[in-house]
Design a protein around this ligand. Structure first.
Ligand SMILES: [Mg+2]
Length: 110
């Protein structure tokens, strides 16, 4: 499955409102909310389980990571962005940074 194919399938489960701005806002907030759920699960593993990940923990992390990806895919589509293009651009950007030795540092355009 390509990222664009995933994006199309994700859209079939997206709820929509009358105002497109409302959809975009909810999906953008969903990215942050689900990322928070990933970090919360990880916090509990570190804080209460000394970093030992059970099978149940791993399944929970995988589900929340999937939720993050779903929101990214749907939000990106609402902006007219291809998920394939986003991922290719991201890999290109990171490979370029590595080649130029600017992986560490600050700034979006380094
Ligand atoms: Mg979730």
């Amino acid at each position: 499955m390509t990222f664009d194919e995933y994006q199309e399938k994700a859209l079939t489960t997206a709820l929509r409102h009358e105002m497109p701005l409302m959809d975009k806002t909810i999906w953008a907030m969903g990215v942050a909310g689900e990322a928070g759920e990933v970090v919360e699960k990880w916090k509990k593993i570190v804080a209460y389980k000394e970093g030992k990940i059970s099978e149940e923990d791993m399944m929970g992390l995988a589900k929340e990571l999937g939720d993050v990806v779903w929101y990214v895919a749907v939000f990106a589509h609402s902006l007219g962005l291809s998920f394939d293009a986003i991922m290719q651009q991201n890999l290109h950007k990171l490979a370029d940074r590595k080649k130029r030795g600017t992986t560490k540092g600050e700034g979006d355009n380094r």
